[in-house]
Write a new protein. Structure first.
Length: 167
């Protein structure tokens, strides 16, 4: 092993080293071009590279974001009202929740295990609590409602990935 490393460093000083580096760089650029253009695709059980993979990922993300917006905006009518209910504050909070769910999809680490869902329920609850002031929205029953919506939405998002992201 030490001899191989020594030979590698010795070859860096050889007169052909710049040409070798140029050939390797050109091959890397050509490989990236072929992957992006769709002329070449790499598919294993863990990873898929190429134009088809990028297009599938775009479809998955579009469907997930569409479902997030539909679900969260659909909760507007189910939110309990009080005498000083502020429709625009509520819509603002819902947009913050949508942003958080879109970030979850962009990082693509969605999971349906209970601990993951619990963490995300806490994150969404923290967003809601940050922007509200009425005690109606601090109750256990409202927390239960938020937790249920978050759980169902995460399960739906994972299922969307399974259906539209088959590799």
């Amino acid at each position: 092993m030490d001899r191989a490393v020594a030979e590698f460093f010795h070859s860096l000083g050889s007169p052909s080293a710049p040409w070798t580096a140029l050939v390797i760089a050109a091959a890397a650029v050509f490989l990236v071009y072929m992957l992006k253009s769709g002329m070449l695709a790499v598919k294993t059980d863990k990873i898929m590279l190429g134009k088809e993979a990028a297009e599938k990922e775009q479809v998955v993300l579009r469907r997930q974001v569409e479902h997030i917006q539909m679900t969260i905006n659909g909760t507007f009518s189910a939110i309990p009202r009080h005498p000083k209910f502020d429709e625009w504050r509520t819509r603002f909070v819902l947009e913050k929740v949508i942003d958080e769910f879109v970030n979850l999809c962009m990082f693509n680490h969605l999971d349906t295990n209970d601990y993951y869902i619990h963490l995300k329920q806490n994150a969404i609850w923290a967003i809601v609590q940050k922007y509200i002031w009425n005690e109606l929205y601090q109750s256990d029953s409202f927390r239960s409602y938020v937790d249920t919506v978050v759980r169902e939405l995460i399960i739906d998002l994972v299922n969307i990935r399974k259906v539209y992201g088959k590799y």
